[in-house]
Write a protein that binds this ligand. Structure first.
Ligand SMILES: Cc1cc2nc3c(=O)[nH]c(=O)nc-3n(C[C@H](O)[C@H](O)[C@H](O)COP(=O)(O)O)c2cc1C
Length: 149
């Protein structure tokens, strides 16, 4: 069974909740999931295979920084710049349009993984917490993501 690693960048829990919902939907669609609430760079690098798929759910905080739970992972990724050519991925960027740096961390994650050679399965999704229904928007996007796996 294909396993999807779900990487979560959250500070106040909204994105963790969203990731839990998506995990359940993926399981209902027949996939196995592993939730990484505080993604560990070494663990994820060691477990990479040609079949690996990452679903990154990334909230922005600070001035467009990654939310707390993924700060270390993002720093390691930028520092070590690993070759990720076997990896396939999708990114859900969570933010609020009242910030100039709307969804900046999710956008960075999406760009960074592509630069490192990973295959973007689908255009990243941006969720505006002040405008959107996160469950509805992410479910629709996830449906397309699943079709591309
Ligand atoms: C202190 C603070 C800084 C934030 N900075 C940004 C930002 O730079 N860009 C953005 O799009 N959203 C920003 N947000 C909005 C958060 O991304 C949004 O509230 C999101 O739901 C937080 O997700 P989380 O609960 O998973 O941490 C910020 C929120 C707070 C409280």
């Amino acid at each position: 069974m294909q396993t999807i690693d779900i990487l979560v960048a959250t500070t106040s829990g909204n994105t963790e909740y969203l990731a839990d919902q998506l995990s359940t939907q993926l399981q209902e669609a027949g996939y196995s999931t592993t939730l990484h609430y505080e993604p560990d760079y070494s663990d994820l690098m060691e477990s990479l295979t040609e079949q690996s798929v990452w679903l990154c759910c990334v909230a922005s905080h600070g001035a467009g920084e990654y939310a707390d739970s993924m700060l270390n992972f993002a720093e390691e990724l930028h520092t070590h710049k690993p070759q990720l050519s076997g990896l396939r991925y999708g990114v859900i960027a969570v933010g609020d349009s009242c910030y100039d740096t709307f969804c900046a961390a999710g956008r960075d994650c999406d760009a960074m993984l592509a630069i490192l050679g990973a295959k973007r399965l689908i255009t990243h999704l941006e969720i505006d917490m002040s405008q959107d229904d996160p469950d509805e928007k992410s479910s629709t996007w996830l449906h397309s993501f699943i079709q591309l796996l």
